[in-house]
Ligand binder design. Sequence first.
Ligand SMILES: Cc1cc2nc3c(=O)[nH]c(=O)nc-3n(C[C@H](O)[C@H](O)[C@H](O)COP(=O)(O)O)c2cc1C
Length: 89
Amino acid sequence: MKMLQIVFSPTGGTQKVADILTEKWTGAITRIDLSDGSFAVSDIAIQQEDLALIAVPSYGGRVPGLAAQRLGKIKGNGAKCIIVCVYGN
Ligand SMILES: Cc1cc2nc3c(=O)[nH]c(=O)nc-3n(C[C@H](O)[C@H](O)[C@H](O)COP(=O)(O)O)c2cc1C
């Protein structure tokens, strides 16, 4: 079973929340930065037995378009996932 953090956090706030929420997870965590355009998100391999935390910010009440677009290209394959949207400050 693989544990993943899939995060879009241009100014770092969402990443901080993701780190707090996963600090009790034991074992290696694969960190995927959705704001990093240097890799193809469609190449990310997630298996059914994996667990993913997906964390995105709210800008003006919406998930940033780039985050939504890149998330939409990831195949979840039935894995369990926790979705977090961070706002405020
Ligand atoms: C362009 C922009 C728009 C934002 N709009 C809102 C908003 O409408 N309401 C709100 O509560 N927070 C708003 N925020 C605050 C962010 O939701 C919050 O700081 C979030 O943690 C930022 O995530 P990041 O640090 O991972 O980029 C906005 C932040 C930015 C940069």
